[in-house]
Design a protein around this ligand. Structure first.
Ligand code: TXA
Ligand code: MG
Length: 347
């Protein structure tokens, strides 16, 4: 199959027609690129799983562009959903509802619930409107790899496996949406993301966080099936260093020197403030340490670009867990397989 690259900056009905005909189109959202299909077409939805190599027990998010679509897809809209929707939609918040009977089982991976998101990216909104369809869309990467934040990364993973890619430039947020289950009382965060716990609690009061997200304990099963898989991993082995910054920099430089002796190439993920502190040229700054939105925006692209350079080991600083930092560290911890080294002052 020839994968078409469509320019997202000019109006074009081609992608909408491909979706109406049961095809697969990758499109930008404000978080990451999504791989879209008609949510009502069992075959198109099945094709998403094949193209990504995605396990069948991992349900998809349905993307909508108006609340009339939401009403058809869910059994009821509880008052708490109205409050969340009025504050955060359109935007990077996915809500889990009880599914109505018209949602195909394949989209929900057999669960009684369905994940719904109203994205704010205008290209994605227009695609939903032009096709007249709710669109099932996971991140547009090969399963297990970091999500794509530009069209070239989608092409790298899915060229020849999908019908088209709409090029809408770089994604603004860079990390996937927050997944909030509103079928529980209080609601439960199943995946941290662009809308932070603090932002949600400021409008609906205390919420809980899926216990499996807070521990490295592999016996705890996450409630979002997708969170149990190894994820966000480049080919390079990732290791996170935490502790006093000067000691962390020393420890990383010691590793880099040892890797060079062993004939291995190492790279570093760091901040603007530390970018000139390392004894390798394979250093990528994600942005200013105190601007977590910059760190989030650049994280996945940096992880993927280490693979372009054939890096064996990636050493990363750790980042603040406040605000969107919780989502950043969740993705980074998973990309490292929880390979975290804590440096202390004590010898
Ligand atoms: O920002 C995003 O959410 C991006 C863009 C494309 O919208 N999409 C995305 O989709 O990240 P995906 O499929 O890569 O991740 C969806 C997550 C998975 O962890 C999945 O298990 C969870 O949402 N999920 C979907 N439906 C669910 C349900 N009914 N119950 C619990 N978790 C669900
Ligand atoms: Mg994904």
């Amino acid at each position: 199959m020839q994968t078409l690259m469509i320019d997202g900056t000019s109006k074009n009905m081609l992608a909408a027609h491909i979706l109406q005909a049961g095809g697969l189109v990758a499109a930008p959202t404000e978080t990451v690129y999504g791989l879209c299909a008609n949510a009502f077409s069992k075959q198109a939805v099945a094709n998403i799983f094949v193209a990504k190599g995605r396990p069948n027990d991992n349900p998809l998010i349905i993307h909508i562009a108006d609340l009339a679509m939401l009403k058809r897809l869910v059994r009821k809209i509880p008052p708490i959903a109205d409050t969340l929707i009025s504050h955060f939609w359109p935007g990077p918040l996915t809500l889990i509802f009880e599914a109505s009977d018209i949602v195909p089982s394949a989209v929900r991976a057999g669960l009684p619930t369905v994940a719904i998101r109203y994205p704010s990216n205008p290209i994605m909104q227009q695609l939903i409107i032009d096709s007249g369809l709710p669109l099932a869309a996971p991140s547009a990467n090969t399963s297990g790899k970091p999500s794509p934040t530009n069209a070239n990364r989608v092409f790298e993973d899915l060229n020849g496996k999908i019908d088209a890619i709409i090029d809408g430039g770089n994604c603004d947020i860079g990390i996937e949406s927050t997944v909030l289950d509103i079928t529980t009382t209080p609601p439960t965060i199943l995946r941290p993301g662009g809308i932070t716990v603090e932002m949600i609690e400021s409008v609906i009061g205390p919420i809980s966080i899926d216990a499996a997200l807070l521990s490295q304990d592999s016996t705890a099963t996450p409630k979002a099936p997708g969170m149990k898989y190894t994820h966000y991993s480049p080919n390079a082995k990732v290791c996170i260093f935490e502790g006093p910054l000067d000691l962390v920099i020393d420890a990383i430089n010691t590793r880099i020197k040892q890797d060079a002796i062993d004939g291995k190439i190492s790279g570093v993920l760091c901040t603007d403030e530390t970018v000139s502190s390392f004894c390798t040229s394979n250093v990528k700054s994600l942005g200013r340490a105190s601007h977590l939105d910059e760190i989030a925006m650049h994280l996945f692209e940096a992880l993927r670009s280490f693979d372009d350079d054939g890096i064996d080991f990636v050493y990363s600083l750790s980042f603040s867990k406040s605000g969107i930092g919780q989502a950043i560290m969740n993705r980074l911890d998973k990309s490292a397989g929880f390979n975290i080294i804590t440096i202390t002052n004590k010898k």
